[in-house]
Design a protein around this ligand. Structure first.
Ligand SMILES: Nc1nc2c(c(=O)[nH]1)N[C@H]1C(S)=C(S)[C@@H](COP(=O)(O)O)O[C@H]1N2
Ligand SMILES: [Mo]
Length: 247
């Protein structure tokens, strides 16, 4: 036990050192990783991608003709949660998104307030770890804009996002502040459908589909994720998936 935690500590520290040295960017935080060989490969993938992508390049965006006629939907497709059902019945008029933690002005946003912010539309390829992919068009407010509007504190290193169906995940600032990381309320020119995460879902375009949480419930800026749940940074990493799922 002692050895394992020491080893994780060493691996974690080397990822931070390698990441900062190669990336030269203080958006790079030490990501949670698994122990053993998987942990080592997570750490190397993370550090390599952070180096290769250090200028925050955009993922490829397509024209409208590329949009998939059928965009699969999986896992939760209609949350079985009384508050969610009530809100859905009202067209999400009472839906609210609290943004708290290490921010200057903790704020709760309505859907109308998010829609009034500067919007970005992007047509991108979604890749699911289960082996399918599809192209969809997403419209929403960049998370970077939302966080800037309420002031992210210097100590913040990760953004933790929770969903109404119990999914939760975290993102380092490198991904959270990426220009294509948006809180999407529109899909293919219409309101985001319930099956795809209405009223608002996250799009994190440089990671696998499971990082793009649907049915957003709250956002929190934190300095570390080590004390959240099992300290692995997300719900799916507690099930064995990697925290960092860069593609
Ligand atoms: N809250 C929540 N977010 C989620 C999921 C989920 O079940 N619940 N599934 C994830 C997975 S594995 C994928 S591939 C995409 C699927 O999005 P879609 O249903 O719009 O295709 O959402 C991701 N985000
Ligand atoms: Mo997925």
């Amino acid at each position: 036990m002692h050895d394992i935690s020491r080893r994780r500590l060493l691996l974690g520290t080397s990822a931070l050192g390698l990441g900062s040295a190669l990336g030269g960017c203080d958006l790079i935080a030490d990501g949670p990783s698994r122990s053993g060989l998987y942990g080592l490969s997570d750490t190397l993938t993370f550090a390599t991608q952070r180096f290769l992508l250090r200028d925050q390049p955009l993922v490829r965006e397509f024209g409208p003709e590329a949009i998939s006629r059928v965009f699969p939907t999986i896992n939760t497709t209609d949350p079985d949660n009384p508050d969610y059902r009530r809100s859905k019945a009202q067209g999400f008029a009472d839906w609210r998104l609290p943004v708290s933690g290490l921010v200057e002005r903790p704020t709760t946003f309505s859907l109308a307030e998010l829609r009034a912010m500067p919007a970005r539309t992007q047509i991108t390829l979604h890749a699911c770890e289960q082996g399918w992919s599809a192209i969809g068009g997403w419209t929403g407010v960049p998370l970077s804009h939302l966080l800037a509007s309420i002031g992210l504190k210097r100590e913040a290193r990760f953004i933790v996002i929770r969903s109404v169906d119990g999914w939760w995940d975290s993102y380092d600032l490198f991904d959270a502040l990426h220009p294509q990381t948006i809180l999407a309320y529109g899909m293919n020119g219409s309101d985001l459908p319930v099956a795809h995460g209405a009223p608002v879902r996250l799009r994190v375009e440089r990671q696998l589909g499971y990082k793009s949480l649907k049915y957003l419930a709250s956002i929190e800026a934190v300095a570390s994720v080590s004390r959240l749940s099992q300290g692995r940074g997300s719900m799916v990493s507690e099930l064995g998936f990697s925290w960092y799922a860069g593609i």
